[in-house]
Design a protein around this ligand. Structure first.
Ligand code: PLP
Length: 342
């Protein structure tokens, strides 16, 4: 249309095409980042990480939370005036808080009070309400508290129940897995993911198994969890001692890797210093596990495309001391992977 054409400004405002994307449309379809610097010592091996911090709430949990909320809105469970509540150690709470702010429903979370100051500030900025639980009880204390609240006033709440809600793992079955398959053009050989609620691992694994069932090499799926109940891998569960999430099926994984917190800290620092990538602690733990799988495949003389999930970025963990203090695993990792600095 020429600039001189007569255009009624009011009609133009109504009929103009909507440009850009709505914030919540940015959930999912995250890029797959090549981590070539990790595999230079391994021939025929690639490690790739899904950059989940690019979701609008900053983590992989936007996927599960948005699917849970969408289903609850569809079925009327999250009708007018209902408050969404759940137990969370951080990222799911941030995702619910973002969704509540965007859709206009109240969010009340149960959360251990020792979550990082960054997380507390993000939740406050989204206007979420939080009931703090004893840090000594970990995420299980938060689960017990939310169950108490809902039992006392069932009509007041929509209990999102991320640990027991099938819409958690279905978000990954319908989203994450298909994205990985498409982005690797079906070349993925191994999938590695950390266990929190286990939704990411359960959903992605189930779908990748189906997609690769007729391939010469069906995708091997490897879960990773902390090696002890007392660990610094925020968001993850030590299944042997935790309240086991109802959606978790311990028989699904081809293999499980137990991860030491020190290894994850060393990897987070190495990636920051040598790749310019600041990822969260559980993401760094996932990279360590992916590297372990990659090294095993290389030792067996097989080629491999190992895909893992980089759950979030480092920004919510920058107040932790390990970034600036030497750690047990730092030297060993630098010897293995080298250092870009003189
Ligand atoms: C930082 C972080 N990493 C990993 C996970 C695990 O994801 P999932 O709950 O899908 O097992 C979570 C879950 O809250 C998390 O917050």
């Amino acid at each position: 249309m020429s600039p001189s054409s007569t255009l009624d400004p009011e009609t133009a405002a109504v009929s103009a095409p909507s440009l850009g994307v709505a914030p919540l449309e940015r959930i999912g379809n995250t890029p797959l980042i090549r981590l070539d610097a990790l595999t230079q010592h391994l021939s025929g091996i690639q490690i790739l990480g899904k950059a989940e911090w690019l979701n609008p709430g900053g983590s992989v949990k936007d996927r599960a939370a948005s699917n849970i909320v969408a289903a609850a809105q569809r079925t009327g469970q999250l009708g007018a005036g209902k408050i969404l509540t759940d137990a969370t150690s951080g990222n799911t709470g941030i995702a619910y808080a973002m969704l509540g702010a965007a859709h206009g429903f109240r969010v009340q979370l149960c959360m251990p009070s020792n979550v990082s100051i960054e997380r507390k500030r993000i939740l406050a900025a989204y206007g979420a309400e939080v009931i703090w639980t004893d840090p000594a009880d970990g995420s299980d204390g938060a689960i017990r508290k939310v169950r108490e609240l809902v039992a006392a006033e069932p009509d007041k709440y929509f209990y999102a129940d991320q640990y027991g809600n099938d819409n958690n793992w279905l978000a990954h079955y319908n989203g994450t897995a298909n994205e990985i398959w498409r982005q690797t053009e079906g070349a993925v050989t191994h999938f590695v993911a950390a266990l929190g609620t286990s939704g990411t691992f359960m959903g992605t694994t189930r779908r990748l198994r189906e997609l690769s069932a007729n391939q010469p090499r069906p995708v091997q799926c490897i879960s990773m969890q902390p090696d002890s109940p007392f660990n610094g891998l925020e968001g993850l569960k030590h299944m042997a001692t935790a309240i086991v999430p109802p959606i978790y099926d311990p028989h699904l994984a081809d293999r499980n890797i137990d991860m030491a917190t020190e290894r994850a800290y060393a990897m987070a620092k190495w990636l920051g210093h040598n790749q310019g990538m600041l990822i969260g602690v559980s993401a760094a733990a996932a990279v360590c596990a992916a590297l372990e799988v990659a090294e095993d495949e290389a030792a067996a003389g097989r080629e491999a495309v190992v895909v893992t999930i980089l759950c979030d970025a480092a920004d919510k963990y920058l107040s932790e001391r390990f970034w600036t203090e030497p750690g047990d695993g730092d030297d060993a990792l630098a010897r293995k992977l080298g250092s870009r600095r003189a």
